[in-house]
Design a protein around this ligand. Structure first.
Ligand SMILES: C[S@@+](CC[C@H](N)C(=O)[O-])C[C@H]1O[C@@H](n2cnc3c(N)ncnc32)[C@H](O)[C@@H]1O
Length: 275
């Protein structure tokens, strides 16, 4: 990255308004559908790497009067999550600034732990999963949904847009992240000692005119912003010419009637082992 955000040494994507808009589009119904059937009133849920808390608010509503605790290392995200919960009238969610590798909760505190697009950013996957395992009750449920960058697509590609996904992968790798974490979840959860690991996959699809406009805004104002492109050029993940070609291709894409984009995710459910 051109400039690191305080408190987020290993987090690639920054917190620009445009990127936050993409996170705000995530909801529990859309992004945690695989986990929702296992939630019921009274459960205590951890949302680690909760970001702006839009998914957390929906999870909290499902378990009320149980509790949801969201944890994120970035204070601005924790503040946002608190205001999102308040705006949704959610009163059973508490948000904490903290690192997911050193959680401040007692052992066996949670019935359910959830994350969305977090393991892909944290270098030491085993350290996160060991800590989540510690705070989950024996038999407790872990649900993770993470991107599979290699399986994302933009149609049509105009011969160049796929390079933007490659650039994203390279940037994540440069920050010791895991761009294919979505398809590695089954193995990582098994290695961490979770039982009954069940892996699935899904796409977030952008096809309606408003979705296409949104992706164009995200591509040009966030992904192709000077902050990200300069980092990509510095890491050898792109060149100025390639970034310009991607921008020109996205301008064509947004006006193309068949514009269609899919973000691929792997999802996994597992139980914490009984000692
Ligand atoms: C892509 S955002 C996802 C936010 C949210 N889960 C969602 O999907 O809307 C990743 C979040 O993980 C947080 N994060 C990254 N590494 C972390 C760590 N070691 N401890 C706590 N939070 C972390 C970042 O601050 C960021 O808010």
């Amino acid at each position: 990255m051109a400039e690191e955000q305080p408190g987020t040494p290993d987090y690639t994507m920054g917190f620009s308004e445009e990127f936050l808009e993409s996170l705000r589009r995530y909801t529990a119904d859309a992004s945690a559908a695989y986990l929702i059937p296992y939630l019921r009133p009274g459960l205590r849920v951890l949302d680690f790497g909760c970001g702006p808390g839009t998914i957390s608010a929906g999870l909290a509503a499902r378990v009320a009067p149980g509790e949801l605790h969201g944890v994120d290392m970035e204070p601005s995200q924790v503040e946002l999550a608190r205001s999102v919960a308040q705006a949704h009238g959610v009163t059973n969610a508490t948000f904490h600034v903290g690192d997911v590798t050193t959680l401040s909760f007692p052992d066996a505190f949670f019935d359910v732990a959830h994350c969305h697009n977090v393991l892909m950013h944290v270098p030491d996957t085993a350290a996160v999963l060991a800590e989540v395992k510690r705070v989950l009750k024996p038999g407790g449920i872990l649900g993770c949904r993470e991107m599979i960058c290699r399986s994302c697509f933009t149609e049509p590609d105009f011969g160049v847009i796929q390079s933007a996904w490659d650039m994203m992968e390279d940037l994540l790798v440069a920050d010791d992240g895991h761009p294919q974490m979505g398809k590695e979840l089954k193995a990582r959860l098994q290695e961490a000692g979770f039982d009954n690991v069940y892996a699935t996959a899904s796409f977030d699809i952008y096809s309606k005119p408003a979705d296409v406009e949104f992706i164009y805004m995200l591509a040009t104002q966030w992904f192709l912003s000077p902050e990200i492109t300069e980092a990509a050029i510095k890491y050898g993940a792109s060149t100025r010419e390639l970034c310009d070609a991607i921008a020109a291709a996205y301008a064509r894409w947004k006006d193309y009637p068949g514009a269609f984009l899919g973000v691929a995710f792997g999802e996994a459910l597992a139980n914490n082992a009984f000692a």
